[in-house]
Design a protein around this ligand. Structure first.
Ligand SMILES: Nc1nc(=O)c2c([nH]1)NC[C@@H]1CN(c3ccc(C(=O)N[C@@H](CCC(=O)O)C(=O)O)cc3)C=[N+]21
Ligand SMILES: [Mg+2]
Length: 322
């Protein structure tokens, strides 16, 4: 069971001490500055796989994750591609529901209800965004709280706000693990979160607050987000605007976590992923920084698997949480 007020991150040391495990990003930045999310995620998933084996040996249960993808949003497809691979790598079962763009809200609610009742499924994730005309809040909230591995339903979101144990949204959880690994003690530090989405910005701010940071959130109506960002010891950027954060936004020595993923075309006619941070100019100023790709993205998936295992454990333990 994860605990918002004192999460334990057993691999923090491992990943921090072995940052050479295949991160991308600018070599000029100095590899010691890079926070290697990919290596950290690999270690975390390896540990999850071990726990899945032990859990199966004890209870005869294999954790199962259902993913519902409606339409063909490119960001969601990146996620699905990596997720299916990792789920099997962790020894879990994966149930994929790829539905057409025209799927109705009623059909989605019926599917979620069926998944809620299915004893082989311990985690349910409905990929966002959902098509216009579908009430995403209604669908997300229909997921049973004990299977809500995205942590986006009202029960888990409320528990996070109250500092109680629950299922924590995967991307913010992954960011917290990377921060603990890179920074160590967070208590008393100034943290600025740029972006206030329900998926990342808001839960991120709450996790940082629960760790004793002084937290500010910059959003679309913030008058001078750059000046606010410059006060940050910890800067988390999750806006979806590529290269928004330039070196003038960053206090020297700050730890920078880049949650953005935008796919852009390259000169050679291929595509590549870029973040919300102008990496090449920010990296020399920052104390530590996550690359894109190879930073937060892999951690999101590793945390989804970890949450699915947590949900499976709760299903056999008659939890007092929900
Ligand atoms: N309900 C819901 N929950 C989500 O968490 C959610 C979602 N919907 N919809 C889509 C976004 C996007 N997202 C990603 C997660 C990992 C990578 C990822 O693995 N990134 C690799 C990609 C490498 C590559 O393919 O090139 C990296 O950054 O290194 C990407 C994107 C989760 N999302
Ligand atoms: Mg929980």
């Amino acid at each position: 069971m994860s605990d918002f007020s004192s999460p334990e991150f057993p691999h923090a040391r491992k990943a921090a001490e072995h940052p050479e495990g295949g991160a991308s990003g600018s070599a000029a930045a100095g590899r010691e500055k890079l926070i290697d999310g990919k290596a950290f995620a690999t270690a975390l998933t390896r540990e999850t796989a071990e726990q899945v084996r032990a859990f199966h040996a004890e209870h005869g249960v294999t954790p199962g994750l259902a993913v519902v993808l409606v339409g063909n949003d490119p960001a969601s497809e990146v996620y699905v591609r990596n997720k299916a691979l990792q789920t099997h790598r962790a020894g879990m079962r994966s149930f994929m529901h790829m539905l057409p763009e025209t799927t109705s809200e009623a059909a989605l609610l019926t599917l979620v209800d069926r998944l809620n009742r299915d004893p082989e499924i311990h985690g349910i994730l409905v990929q966002l965004p959902l098509p216009a005309g579908v009430d995403a809040r209604r669908v997300t909230n229909a997921i049973a709280p004990e299977k809500d591995v995205d942590g986006l339903g009202e029960v888990n979101a409320g528990r996070l706000a109250l500092g109680l144990p629950g299922l924590v949204p995967c991307t913010p959880l992954g960011c917290m693990m990377l921060l603990k690994s890179a920074v160590g003690k967070l208590r008393g530090l100034n943290a600025v979160v740029v972006g206030a989405s329900n998926l990342v910005g808001k839960p991120m701010a709450l996790l940082l607050l629960n760790e004793g940071c002084t937290v500010s959130v910059a959003h679309i109506d913030t008058v001078d987000p750059q000046a606010l960002a410059r006060t940050a010891d910890i800067l988390v950027v999750a806006t979806g605007h590529r290269a928004l954060v330039t070196k003038d936004w960053v206090k020297p020595g700050a730890t920078v976590i880049d949650v953005g993923i935008t796919r852009i075309p390259t000169d050679s006619g291929k595509t590549k992923l870029v973040g919300d941070v102008a990496f090449d100019e920010v990296a020399p100023v920052a104390g530590r920084i996550t690359p894109v790709p190879g930073g937060v993205g892999p951690m999101t998936i590793a945390c989804l698997l970890r949450n699915t295992l947590t949900a499976a454990k709760m299903s056999v333990a008659s939890p007092d949480v929900f």
